[in-house]
Design a protein. Sequence first.
Length: 337
Amino acid sequence: MSFDTPQVLLGFVLYIPLILLEVLHYKRRRPFLDRFIAAAGCTGESVPQQVKAFQGRAAATSLLWGCFLACLIIALAGPRWGKQMEREYRRGVDVVFAVDLSRSMDVQDSPDGPSRLDQALRIARETAEGAGEIRLGAAIGKGRGVLAVPLTYDTGALVSFLEGLSGSTITGWGTNLEALIDAASGAFQDGFPPSREIILFSDGEALSGAFSAAIDRVLDQGIRVSAVGLGTEQGGPVPSQQTLSGTALPAAEGSPWSYRRGEPLQNAAERTGGVYIDGNQDDAVSQILDYIRSHGLTSGVQGYQGNIQARWRVFVIAALIAWGIAKVLNMRRRNHG
């Protein structure tokens, strides 16, 4: 047996003054009984049956009041015993945004358009704001991957993080989508819910690591990977470097050219049961939300958890029974007094 608030059991110290009061009450009652017995001319075994019954009811009443108080104290302490397997319902989907922060994501594929990273962050923010009450997290990667925001229901905190994100948030060189996927999959610490999703925002360039090996690992874990492809097939020049403020400097003459490589992203999505979405489409956010909602509604998430049952009601019922019997005996004692 365990108790939710075992400190309440200290209430049993009340029994000390109660016992003393009962002893004093008995001493005060004893002369009356002696006079009653003397008036009846009885001694020893000849004590009237009525007196014996009176004494028995008095003792039983005292005992019942003691049981009443004891049961109340135990009930207030919150007793628990006996495990019972209970079905546990949880939300249907957890989603982690995996954002590629490599230098190629700073490319502006059109002179007047946003960079690939700005487009990715806008889509991620609007998706988070429209996803409803599901757990969301974020992982970021460059040469290495970092789980930046663990799964949380606090959408505002995630959106604030995405608003402050830039290519200089994490140090490193090159693109390592394997490390990014591994960091994102690390957010899922248990087997529930069964619908666990990684949404990868990238242009598909993977200069280091083994992206396909990471996809194999998440496939074994039952995690889906959906990909939002950023950039265009025509591509654009990679900016030279990042300033201290995180702003990418314009590309210098002879800068390397970066293209969107959608094929590895599409393959990853198809292998894991996810979807591939062109980040340049106007309805990219609605496509992601429709996908998330479809899995969140149909997953039927449930598990079983062994819970130690609360038993305070047993002692409340016992206290009421003791109180009722004590009241009946007390009334009968008064009627025969």
